[in-house]
Design a protein. Structure first.
Length: 420
């Protein structure tokens, strides 16, 4: 029997759920913390109540799940902190579940296969936005991980990227399992953030309007956590961390003295879109790699990376692919395997854009940092990594092939999040 307790406090409404599975029979109980405040004081007593009602003790739990966010700063810390504390005390793992996929999972039970556009209210006329592919009721795949956008920027952001999201949906090799034969490019909107968008722009009539009051709930966190548990996707309690998309919520006194009034705003979307790497992208990706590397990855290397399910992205402008990156996320650190920018597009900030995204992705996965290897002779890449906050932590002797049959060392660099 598997039992998981789940907490979701990223909004003004807190929920707690207990999910149990025995012999393929799943039972789920959810309770709501009434009121918009007091989550921190009431969450543990409510958890004890749910366990007692089900005739269980804390030691009967196999894991603790928590709503990772993004959401209210204090709220996501409450759920994360309680889950981490229980995990450490009981010696059991924790399972982080994002706010947007939990909302997508609820909507997926009501709609056919297609794309789910999720928008949650981030305050200050901004939304947290993400896109999820729905292949089956229990199979939600992130097509566009959460980003912070001004409400007025959401539709332009979608217009720039939707074609590639739809290509991703139709390409079975890039998803965990083959989509159902009736998969379509139907678009369903869900989440309270769409009210903000709708107040600025008329929404396309072809889109299906779902629940515009939807918020993340513990029942969805618990359901997704149970699936993650079965797949071994758990974290040690000490690696639990909230997912923040907003760098700061207020200017400092010095910044206000310089004339920065109000609060920091979400940056407008870049003209370069970071999108999942498709197999149809590989000829261009291989060409960029060959042009900028002395010993480049081969087409087979890239195909193997996609087959392995690594995080693979291309950076597109309206004209072409400008760069790409591939990373592998482990329980402790994220490994940056390859990153490159087309020679004609270098020094335009594209490398930094990809690195910022990878940092956000790795933080959200609860890792402690990003590691990579680089040739000492690649002075341009080495300077870039040092500027991005990496430091050398080791050396691999004779790691890389070099000219004339020689070998070259590899510098091991790491960007540690606890030092940022």
């Amino acid at each position: 029997m598997t039992r998981i307790l789940a907490f979701e406090t990223s909004t003004s409404t807190g929920t707690i759920a207990l999910i149990s599975e025995q012999h393929s029979v799943v039972t789920l109980v959810q309770r709501t913390i009434e009121g918009t405040t007091g989550h921190a004081a009431e969450i543990l007593p409510m958890a004890h109540t749910i366990l007692a009602e089900c005739g269980l003790a804390k030691n009967d739990l196999d894991a603790v799940a928590f709503g990772q966010g993004p959401g209210a700063f204090t709220g996501v810390r409450v759920a994360c902190g309680v889950a981490q504390g229980m995990g450490l005390a009981l010696g059991i793992p924790v399972i982080p579940i994002g706010a947007l996929p939990s909302v997508a999972a609820i909507a997926a039970t009501r709609h056919p296969s297609g794309l789910l556009f999720v928008a949650l209210d981030a305050r200050m006329d901004e939304v947290y936005f993400g896109v999820y592919a729905h292949f089956a009721p229990d199979e939600i795949v992130a097509i566009q991980p959460p980003v912070l956008l001004a409400a007025g920027d959401v539709l332009p952001f979608i217009a720039q990227r939707q074609q590639f999201w739809e290509e991703r949906l139709k390409e079975p090799a890039n998803v965990p399992s083959k989509p159902s034969t009736n998969a379509s490019t139907n678009v369903t909107l869900v989440g309270e953030g769409w009210r903000l968008v709708e107040a600025i722009h008329a929404l396309p009539q072809a889109w299906v309007l779902d629940d515009f009051s939807a918020r993340p709930e513990a029942r969805a966190v618990a359901t997704l956590a149970l699936k993650a548990w079965k797949m071994g996707q758990t974290l040690l309690p000490e690696h639990a961390a909230p997912l923040y998309l907003r760098d700061k919520v207020a200017f400092t006194t010095l910044e206000r003295a310089r004339g920065d009034g109000g609060n920091p705003r979400a940056k407008p979307p870049s003209s370069a879109a970071l999108l999942p790497m498709l197999r149809s992208d590989l000829p261009t990706v291989v060409a960029i790699e060959a042009a900028v590397q002395s010993f480049p990855w081969t087409l087979k290397n890239f195909e193997d990376a996609l087959d392995a399910g690594y995080d693979a992205w291309v950076l597109r402008t309206a004209e072409r692919i400008q760069g790409f990156c591939i990373a592998m996320t482990a329980p402790d650190v994220a490994h940056l395997l390859v990153i490159a920018v087309d020679r004609d597009a270098q020094r335009l900030g594209y490398g930094t854009q990809m690195m910022e995204y990878l940092t956000r992705l790795a933080r959200g996965a609860g890792t402690e940092g990003i590691v990579l290897e680089v040739r000492p002779s690649n002075q341009g890449a080495l300077a870039f990594y040092l500027d991005e906050g990496f430091v050398q932590i080791g050396l691999r002797r004779d790691y890389y092939p070099a000219a004339k049959g020689q070998r070259e060392d590899a510098l091991i660099l790491k960007k540690s999040f606890d030092e940022l």
